[in-house]
Design a protein around this ligand. Sequence first.
Ligand code: 13P
Length: 340
Amino acid sequence: MNIDELKSVANAIVAKQKGVLAADESNPTIKKRLAAVNVESTEENRRRYREILFTTDGIERYVGGVIVFDETLRQSTRDGVPFAKLLAGRGIVPGIKVDKGAKPLALFPGNKVTEGLDGLRDRLAEYRQLGAQFAKWRAVIDINEHGIPSPYAIHANVHALARYAALCQEVDLVPIVEPEVLMDGAHDIARCEEVTSWVLEAVFNELDAHRVVLEGMLLKPNMVIAGKKSPRQASVHEVAEATLRCLRRYVPAAVPGIVFLSGGQSAEDATDHLNAMNAIGPQPWQLSFSYGRALQAPVLTAWQGQESHAAAAQQALLKRCRLNGLARDGKYARAMETAA
Ligand code: 13P
């Protein structure tokens, strides 16, 4: 393990103004996203869509890393430049999603565990050869009123996250550790804070037990936020305060950066929440973004699979990246959404 390399890659991804573009949808997930704008999920359409994202001029100022899916890491631009090479040439660190998705946890109805540890050491070695410098693994924790999540499901998920993180560091890939507490339920913000606290405490206990070097990883958590179906939605300020309180209690200062997932928030809300946290003042870690939907939803809407809309799609991506870059400094305002 080369700790200096791990640290330098982790810090480059969350350099000033920068965050992560999560473009690592698995084929079933991208199929849904493309279907929503009436685009068929062929290999060429997936390739072209990712090419539009990765060739957008100017995003390198705000995007320190891009996460891709296995298929995408093996694809190239129309001119034959492999995507990993294209990104690295633009100063953007290429990364790879390595988990195999959340599956039902046997004998724990309603709970899930993420699979993908078997054979992971060999896959990581191949991904490094293909140009990846960091990796991502997502654990999924649902909340409902019927005793979910169960403490054992949290344990199973954080154990897998720590095994994955250690395997990454063994081959000098920076692990992004993503324990996502879903915002799908009807729970209030206090319940989200309670569950997120349990999960983060368990994550760092397990990372410690697995000897993961905190300086050479990034954390990708959910924000502390009310469930989508909750009648009481929290204000932007409440989300910022609750999220920071929770992170300050459970995330060691040795972690260089926290890159939030957007989890189903609107693009504007995700930017506003990140901004509010950064506006509160300096924190022990960089506070940044690793958004999937909150960066890409406006791009897909603009593109619609039409070649003549490619430039508009790229403008939509650059706009979201720029606004999130401002939110990294607490300098975003909602009024900027409508400004040209
Ligand atoms: P969202 O920002 O759409 O939640 O996606 C981030 C991600 O990478 C989920 O694993």
